[in-house]
Design a protein around this ligand. Structure first.
Ligand code: DX5
Ligand code: ZN
Length: 220
């Protein structure tokens, strides 16, 4: 199996120096940069939007893996494309027309992803598997960093691994929430290609980022 990808969530970075933080995780070996966009409505927290992402774009060449926890989504897709996003991942509950949203993301030159809350069943993907490049399994309820991993999501990852393999397509399978070196191996064994981690990457400050990323990869 190829090495698991690490996508640090800048939700746990020092917001007063986000550009430096992005460069530091890039230098420390991050494969992608996970950006959690929250609107205080779809989830009970507020973060940042396209202008901040655009300002961060010159600080790394790594893909921006942007996780939208906003509703509605469609009005903002062009702005996220213009900001330089690579993967744009949405929750099916954020709008009435998931297929239309995914088509719009693709037509704006980005890779569409779908994020599943812990209670969201996998069947919502049945008729959009050809339209997505990433599935994100939420292993916490979205809104905050530093929560505990919900073990039932390992079963969901196993089901999704089979579903992706059946397509023969190269769809990333990412897990997001509560990942630590202690539980990353279980997620990797269940079939993820990518791990999002906020608190586990940023703890200890920039001198620790490379070691923290390496520790998360160790199971792969
Ligand atoms: C939660 C976010 C996660 C979060 C992960 O809504 O989607 O990306 O930042 O943080 P940790 O790794 O601290 O659980
Ligand atoms: Zn996220």
């Amino acid at each position: 199996m190829s090495q698991v990808l690490i996508s640090p969530s800048i939700l746990s970075a020092d917001f007063a120096k986000l550009g430096e933080e992005v460069k530091a995780i890039d230098d420390a070996g991050a494969d992608m940069i996970h950006v959690d966009v929250m609107d205080g409505h779809f989830v009970p927290n507020l973060t940042f939007g396209p202008p901040v992402i655009k300002a961060l774009r010159p600080h790394t060449k790594k893909p921006f893996d942007v996780h939208l926890m906003i509703a509605p989504v469609d009005l903002f897709i062009a702005d996220f494309a213009d900001a330089g996003c690579d993967y744009l991942t949405v929750h099916p509950e954020a709008g009435a027309h998931l297929h239309r949203t995914l088509q719009s993301i693709r037509s704006h030159g980005m890779k569409p992803g779908v994020a599943l809350n812990p209670s969201t069943p996998v069947d919502v993907l049945d008729y959009v598997m050809d339209d997505i490049d990433q599935i994100l399994v939420m292993s916490v309820n979205p809104g905050f960093g530093g929560q505990s991993f919900i073990d039932s999501q390992l079963r969901k990852i196993e089901v999704l691994r089979k579903k992706i393999d059946a397509t023969g397509r190269d769809i990333l399978l990412e897990v997001d929430g509560g990942l630590k070196p202690a539980n990353a191996p279980a997620a990797i064994s269940a079939g993820v290609t990518s791990i999002v981690a906020g608190s586990a990457v940023f703890k200890g400050g920039p001198t620790q980022y490379a070691a923290n990323i390496k520790a998360l990869r160790a199971g792969g």
